[in-house]
Design a protein around this ligand. Structure first.
Ligand SMILES: [Zn+2]
Length: 143
């Protein structure tokens, strides 16, 4: 049984650390939720995400790009990019997709569950999505 907490995609973005892929060495960079500096401990890559005091574009909903970097938890599935900002977001997606019995929180229109694209809700894609999420889980566990 999946209980929708009503968490929004913005919540997963702003309230938790984010995992990005280092553009130089492809290792995982953990971007702390209150930080604006990308810092790769593997190769020393650094990038200040503030430009003229402002953050650059947030994320591409369809391609899993954040601040010009790829998300670390990102893979192809069913002809689309499947991605998660962090462990919390991955937990949520796994919970949603692997449970057919879903308890929807009423009156929450912005929640991730209520905004899930059709290809992620389609039962036809379920097995492929579960396998893709397992791949992301293994990637997360290795890091
Ligand atoms: Zn690096």
């Amino acid at each position: 049984m999946f209980h929708d907490t009503g968490e929004t995609v913005y919540g997963f973005f702003y309230n938790y650390d984010k995992l990005l892929e280092c553009p130089e060495c492809l290792h995982c960079i953990k971007l702390r939720k209150d930080s604006s500096i990308l810092n790769c401990y593997n190769c020393g890559f650094q990038k200040n995400l503030r430009h003229n005091g402002l953050f650059a574009a947030l994320w591409g909903r369809n391609d899993g790009i954040v601040y010009g970097c790829k998300l670390f938890l990102r893979t192809r599935a069913c002809g689309h990019e499947l991605w998660a900002f962090n462990k919390e977001h991955l937990d949520y997606l796994e919970g949603y997709i692997s449970n057919l019995n879903r308890h929807k929180k009423p009156n929450i229109n912005q929640s991730v569950a209520s905004r899930m694209p059709d290809w992620m809700k389609s039962s036809r894609n379920r097995v492929k999505l579960i396998n893709a999420l397992k791949k992301l889980r293994r990637k997360l566990e290795k890091f």
